[in-house]
Design a protein around this ligand. Structure first.
Ligand SMILES: [Zn+2]
Length: 366
């Protein structure tokens, strides 16, 4: 199997277009046309992870955090990142990162947190804007279903929990082919009037060229009339953080105990407890302090995330409790998520989860 086949599975689940502008997700080291001997899944790439990959004959490491994030100006082994890059290249090991694109999908990093906490009615806390377009095309009546099916197949027509959404209306199309034309209906040089169906579908803008190809492929006309309109709608399925509910309200201290148990924590940093019972939980795996205002506005009882700074805790402002459970801890189930995706798609292939604990943070409990 080629590394490119593994990449296409990962990018179908977490499209690169969904990563944040500052991110560096994708194939960071290696050649996608290489044969893959085995995959090692991890949250971080460290020196130990490279050794583990060599030991288990895995020439592809799939990590959450990109090993090269802000670029490298020298590769002479002066620091850990440079040494890892040198080691990976010397040993023909490819490194792929599925980072904020996995954070930003509804069945990604945050869904693993929701599952651990048993949350229901979950939704994206900060849905992304400007990622959707509308396609309108005009199709002779007998071909309308065929074209719609092709558009759905190519990824158009998904709104929240609904797929295959579209709108159709009937009208009359006109055209007159030139002497070089080859019309399917009517004759060249004569204006033709045809009953056509106007089909409207919504799609993520990164799929525009794929969907256009599918349209042209399924449409019977030599020249296909279509319009793409940019939309201001939010994409409910893509964005940062999540919010959901516990099935029943529980005491704040019980919720902290639940966090501790599910994420195997020795300690939790949190702002003062303000309510007896809690039910609405906002959360974001990794560094989520930028979502504090949105969690508050959504009337969350708790905001669970990591890398919360001293002054950020003040922002709880007696309206909710902010809990910092640690960066690695909050994202620990991401490795299982990637592993499950790859083993489901490649059941007979060597996909491994790292046995190394890559968290660089330790707690001294005396
Ligand atoms: Zn992270």
């Amino acid at each position: 199997m080629k590394i490119s086949q593994i990449i296409s599975v990962l990018e179908k689940k977490a499209p690169l277009a969904y990563q944040e502008s500052y991110d560096n997700a994708g194939l960071i080291i290696g050649n996608k046309h290489m044969d893959c001997s085995g995959i090692l899944c991890t949250l971080d790439v460290t020196g130990e992870i490279i050794q583990e990959a060599i030991q288990h004959n895995c020439n592809l490491i799939v990590a959450h955090h990109p090993i090269i994030f802000k670029g490298l100006s020298k590769i002479n082994g002066a620091n850990e990142v440079e040494r890892i890059v040198i080691d990976a290249i010397k040993n023909d090991i490819a490194i792929y990162a599925v980072h904020t694109n996995l954070d930003n999908i509804s069945d990604g990093v945050n869904s693993t947190i929701a599952q651990q906490l048993g949350l229901i009615n979950t939704r994206i806390l900060a849905p992304k804007k400007n990622g959707l377009v509308k396609l309108v095309s005009f199709v002779p009546r007998d071909f309308a279903e065929k074209v719609k099916n092709a558009l759905f197949e190519a990824g158009a027509g998904n709104i929240g929990e609904y797929s295959e959404t579209s709108f159709s209306s009937e009208g009359t199309g006109s055209f007159k082919g030139s002497q070089n034309s080859n019309p399917v209906i009517g004759q060249k040089g004569i204006r033709e009037l045809v009953k056509e169906i106007r089909i409207e579908v919504i799609l993520p803008s990164y799929l525009q060229s794929t969907v256009l190809l599918a349209l042209k492929d399924a449409h019977p006309y030599e020249e296909v009339a279509y319009d793409f309109f940019p939309l201001n709608n939010e994409n409910q399925l893509v964005g940062s953080g999540m919010i959901g509910e516990l099935t029943i309200p529980i005491a704040s201290t019980e919720f902290l105990k639940l966090l501790k148990a599910k994420f195997t924590l020795s300690v939790i940093k949190h702002s003062p407890i303000i309510t007896e019972k809690v039910q609405k939980i906002a959360f974001c795996g990794g560094s989520g302090s930028f979502l504090i205002p949105l969690a508050k506005a959504a009337k969350a009882d708790f905001f669970v995330s990591a890398d919360i700074k001293y002054h950020d805790f003040f922002e709880a402002d007696n309206q909710m409790v902010i809990a910092d459970i640690g960066h690695w801890e909050s994202e620990q189930y991401t490795v299982d998520l990637v592993f499950a995706e790859l083993t489901a798609k490649f059941p007979n292939f060597a996909v491994l989860k790292t046995a190394n604990m890559t968290n660089p943070v330790r707690y001294f409990l005396g």
